[in-house]
Write a protein that binds this ligand. Structure first.
Ligand SMILES: Cc1cc2nc3c(=O)[nH]c(=O)nc-3n(C[C@H](O)[C@H](O)[C@H](O)COP(=O)(O)OP(=O)(O)OC[C@H]3O[C@@H](n4cnc5c(N)ncnc54)[C@H](O)[C@@H]3O)c2cc1C
Length: 324
């Protein structure tokens, strides 16, 4: 008798969205496989800074709910930073004011206040937020998923019917890859470049926006390195770091923190944010969906500049979408 695979799951993609989604499903008792074109360490997720903050993501109200749900998880994971890659770190969000954030911020971010002049020259807010070391965190997510009985296979999907033929439930977490895989032109790249330098002793994070210049500049202290950013270039596809852009990023950061000027450069990173007019988190029932007809297809992609921030909130919604 053929094995019943109707409850089995294939998650396509192993960035932060695919891994958290697969993990939540595996820990709920399902048999889950990940099929991914790239290993986690070569995804956009591995490039992210990554600060918990709902930046460049729509729809904002839902993103805030997902972000708050993720915040609770990150706070718990920050109790074991060496293992999970998650720490709670203080810093300044330039251009933002505590009062503008709404009541959730005061309730959920203890110690939130306006920044002081010696911390930042413009208006800003001071907060203690999750700062996630993504290479370490992705590796921890993968191990936890494997411990929950999941498997990861390097496998590029060209047609979701292939996955639907193998499992009753398929979850599409392909980020920018969804542009081709499900022919969705709404998901577009917003290129971001970073410079990794030796940390000259900076312990707090800083994000500064210059509306006139249209730039966002940031410094994120991570274990063994300082991450400097950044850029936001819509519809730019190149994954090759541009040396002149790197020099300009270091220059902008050195205006904010002069000790960065002479810091030894350790490396360069480029990633393409999967930006969409709205995150696509829904159950799809395509007509004649391959041999998996009667199966379930859920999409979870298009998280723009805040995929790490909302990952756990979005993943938590998937079991409900799967069971309808
Ligand atoms: C420079 C930069 C800084 C950032 N900083 C932050 C930050 O501070 N905070 C924050 O919250 N977010 C940040 N982001 C945004 C964040 O990185 C993204 O929102 C997030 O990584 C998206 O995750 P994802 O899993 O959807 O996509 P990805 O990480 O791109 O993963 C997609 C996965 O799908 C797989 N895939 C694609 N197509 C196929 C296919 N056809 N078949 C099989 N597999 C496929 C890929 O191989 C990959 O495994 C930043 C992004 C950049 C570029």
């Amino acid at each position: 008798m053929a094995e019943d695979r109707s409850g089995d799951v294939i998650v396509v993609g192993s960035g932060v969205i695919g891994l958290t989604t697969a993990l939540v499903l595996a820990e709920s008792g399902r048999r889950v496989r990940i099929w991914t074109r790239d290993p986690a360490e070569r995804t956009t997720s591995a490039v992210a800074g990554a600060l918990w903050w709902p930046y460049a993501i729509e729809p904002q109200a839902l993103a805030r709910e997902w972000a708050l749900r993720s915040l609770s998880v990150y706070e718990e994971l920050a109790e074991r930073p060496g293992e999970t890659g998650v720490r709670l770190v203080e810093g300044v969000m330039g251009g933002a004011l505590p009062a503008e954030q709404g009541p959730w911020a005061a309730a959920r971010l203890p110690g939130l206040r306006a920044s002081m002049a010696e911390e930042y020259t413009g208006t800003g807010l001071w907060a203690r937020l999750p700062l996630i070391d993504m290479p370490a965190h992705l590796s921890w997510l993968r191990s936890r998923f494997l411990r929950a009985g999941g498997t990861v296979e390097e496998h590029t999907v060209t047609d979701l019917a292939e996955a639907r033929a193998e499992a009753g439930v398929v979850v599409n977490c392909t980020g920018l890859g969804a542009r081709e895989l499900v022919a969705d032109p709404e998901v577009r790249p917003v290129r971001g470049q970073l410079v990794i330098v030796e940390n000259p002793g900076i312990r707090t994070w800083l994000v500064a926006t210059d509306a006139a210049a249209g730039t966002t500049t940031y410094l994120f202290p991570q274990p063994g390195r300082l991450v400097l950013g950044g850029t936001t270039d819509a519809d730019a596809w190149s994954l090759t770091p541009d040396p002149s852009v790197a020099a300009e990023i270091v220059e902008r950061c050195a205006v904010l923190r002069p000790e960065v000027a002479g810091a030894r450069v350790l490396g360069h990173r480029v990633g393409l944010r999967p930006v969409r007019s709205a995150v696509r988190l829904e159950r799809d029932a395509p007509a004649g969906g391959g041999s998996g007809a009667g199966g379930v297809l859920v999409h979870n992609y298009g998280h723009g500049g805040a995929g790490v921030t909302v990952a756990w909130g979005c993943a938590a919604a998937v079991p409900g979408l799967v069971s309808g």
